[in-house]
Design a binder for this molecule. Structure first.
Ligand SMILES: [Mn+2]
Length: 321
């Protein structure tokens, strides 16, 4: 039997991991999809580093972590929570992509055959997947509902991100009901786990929620660190900048942005590595820079509030040097 790897983006967040795990269950329970997925042996995978929120969630729900995947070359894959090559695992260009389930912008993925594709501009992939269970009248177990609930909480920062829709909230409350979880208590535990950087080096920290993009051939990256303890990061600011410099060189990026998101105060602080990033940030966000940092009040979403603006700027401006 052929194997199908279900996998989220590189350096997966909670949404990527739980949606992959629960989608694996969905396929096993559901043979009605418009692709012959029942012919596959399902394997849920991940690549990169699992952050502490993900580890907390897996332990809390007594769920095994997915299998570590090194390359997707020659494999049958179903992409979760991403839809472009840049966010995917190595070898994806030579994989047979049979499906995508996502809530991000469209990327450049091309396929030879028709695929299952579902994307909606909702707060999390977990929300879309919960909808699929409801649409197909497939029952969710207590654990599956709990896992999907953490995906929604994590991606929407407990409904405070501007990516949050009414559907995310409505579905989260249904999932809380099924899983018998208290959203406020569960969120607090998740965010505290995510904010614990006690044994994480600056080099690791800047890659844990790191995504690369391309606009007009310019490679750039935006890393994010969501926390309820931003002072922990500011106290090692110098080391963070050094780590960003190393990462920029290693990954051959033209621009390297890093944002610390204060979950409680609902703001973002942009770390500006060099003149280039500073110039662009000033034009794009129009805020003041102090000590190479720019405070962005109300900015908590890379997907909706940061990436589109930088992409637009790079696409409309020929030269960035
Ligand atoms: Mn997501």
């Amino acid at each position: 039997m052929k194997e199908l790897i279900i996998i989220g983006h590189k350096n997966p967040d909670t949404d990527s991991i739980v949606a992959s795990l629960v989608f694996g269950n969905f396929l096993k329970k559901n043979k009605l999809l418009p692709i012959p997925l029942s012919n596959f042996k399902i394997k849920v995978g991940y690549s990169g580093i699992l952050n502490k929120e993900v580890v907390f969630v897996l332990n809390y729900f007594k769920e095994k972590k997915p299998s570590l995947i090194k390359s997707l070359k020659g494999k049958n894959v179903f992409l979760i929570d991403h839809g472009d090559y840049e966010q995917s695992i190595e070898g994806v260009e030579e994989a047979n992509i049979v499906g995508v389930l996502d809530h991000h912008k469209l990327g450049g993925i091309k396929t030879q055959a028709p695929i299952f594709y579902r994307a909606e501009p909702l707060g999390s992939t977990s929300t879309i997947l919960a909808k699929m269970f409801f649409e197909n009248a497939t029952p969710l177990t207590k654990k599956e509902a709990g896992l999907l609930l953490t995906g929604i909480i994590s991606d929407t920062l407990k409904f405070t991100s501007p990516t949050t829709t009414k559907e995310d909230k409505d579905i989260a409350y249904v999932l809380a009901e099924i899983s018998k979880e208290d959203i406020t208590k569960l969120s607090k535990k998740m965010f505290e786990a995510k904010s614990d950087i006690s044994d994480i080096s600056p080099d690791k920290l800047v890659t844990m929620d790191y995504k690369e993009f391309k606009a007009k051939g310019i490679k750039f990256a935006i890393g994010v660190h969501e926390t309820v303890l931003p002072e922990k990061i500011f106290s090692i600011k110098g080391k963070i900048f050094q780590a960003l410099e190393r990462l920029k060189k290693k990954r051959k990026q033209k621009l390297m942005f890093f944002v610390v998101i204060d979950i409680l105060k609902k703001n973002g602080t942009l770390f500006l590595l060099s003149e280039k990033e500073t110039k662009i940030a000033k034009k794009v966000f129009g805020k003041q820079v102090k000590d190479n940092l720019m405070l962005l009040p109300g900015v908590v979403s890379r997907k909706k509030q940061i990436l589109p603006k930088i992409l637009k700027f790079l696409e409309e401006n020929e030269s960035i040097s």
